[in-house]
Ligand binder design. Structure first.
Ligand code: BDR
Ligand code: CA
Length: 314
């Protein structure tokens, strides 16, 4: 079993990623850490607890950053994509249990020390918590097995601006700090996630299983697909951004990746928050990131669908 910490800003596709992780026996979830992003950190923590309750999971939930490293607080600007509650309007009640005390960054540091070179951190929100952990402990980067980052768009357009992807845009300085830290990174960006489309017909079929969980996940995902149809006319479904990062933690062969030197533009105007890969045949610096550029989308989608509602549910 691979020990993982899942860092989320729950979020509809974050919820699908949590369900996929909880239902995957290859993964030992040490904890789910939360960050601002799609919603405030308080809402992300609440949503994460609610999703885990629906999954009958008692995984630890540890709240983290409420704002970017160096910029003012941001309230998620993705109401159209994730809904007012961050869950496409399916949130009915508050969670019955509380999050842990302490901070996400401290939790990451403690777990890396407890299980040296064994912890895989999967981030599917802004990189603020991870950057804080690296800043707080100079040995931390060397104690982590690797980091799988859902974020960025190295070879394709962004989704917030022509060049910037949402998780990097939310805290570009944190992303740049992480990329410079020497921590081993696999970047699961829009380069590959935009190829992993989940069609509406599959989501409607979830309801046939007749479980509360299926209705809950189908309700939010139908909302998400509606948002995709507004944003990308003609698209057949929604992108499985955050689930693909979990998929790579389970089975790295879902993707193909190339080592590359990647920097985040933290100052630009037109290319602000862009993940700039040195694609030249003679790059100016050593690679710091493995950038995913290919995905076996069909195999991944089938695997995700076979797990998301629970093993044997479909
Ligand atoms: C990322 O942005 C968020 O809206 C999603 O949850 C995902 O993590 C995709 O750009
Ligand atoms: Ca997310």
């Amino acid at each position: 079993m691979k020990k993982i910490i899942l860092d989320v800003d729950t979020g509809i596709d974050d919820s699908l990623a949590i369900a996929y992780a909880v239902h995957s026996p290859e993964l030992d979830i040490l904890g789910v850490t939360t960050c601002f992003g799609n919603v405030s950190v308080e809402e992300a923590t609440r949503n994460t607890l609610v999703v885990l309750e629906k999954l009958d999971s008692t995984a630890l939930v540890i709240p983290g950053a409420g704002k970017p490293l160096f910029r003012g607080p941001t309230k998620g600007s993705t109401v159209e994509v994730h809904g007012e509650d961050g869950l496409g309007g399916v949130l009915e009640s508050e969670p019955t249990r509380q999050a842990e005390r302490g901070h996400a960054a401290r939790f990451m540091r403690e777990q890396a020390r407890k299980h040296p070179k064994q912890v895989r951190i999967v981030t599917v929100g802004p990189l603020t918590n991870l950057a804080m952990a690296i800043m707080q402990d100079p040995e931390f980067a060397g104690l982590v097995d690797n980091v799988i980052v859902m974020g960025g768009a190295v070879t394709v357009p962004g989704n917030v601006t022509p060049h910037a992807e949402a998780n990097i845009f939310a805290d570009p300085e944190a992303a740049e700090y992480v990329f410079r830290s020497g921590i081993p990174i696999t970047l699961v960006g829009l380069d590959v996630t935009m190829q992993t489309l989940l069609p509406l017909t599959e989501v409607r079929a979830w309801r046939n299983s007749g479980t509360q969980l299926a209705d809950f996940l189908a309700g939010m995902t139908e909302f998400y697909i509606g948002a995709y149809q507004q944003m990308y006319p003609g698209i057949e479904g929604c992108a499985l951004h955050d689930p693909l990062a979990v998929g790579v933690a389970i089975d790295p062969s879902f993707v193909s990746a190339v080592p590359m030197h990647v920097q985040v533009d933290v100052e630009g105007i037109l290319s602000y928050a862009r993940t700039v890969g040195d694609l030249r045949s003679k790059p100016a610096a050593e690679p710091n990131v493995k950038v995913c550029i290919g995905v076996d989308a069909e195999r991944f989608r089938k695997h995700f669908l076979s797990r998301v509602l629970g093993v044997g549910a479909q």
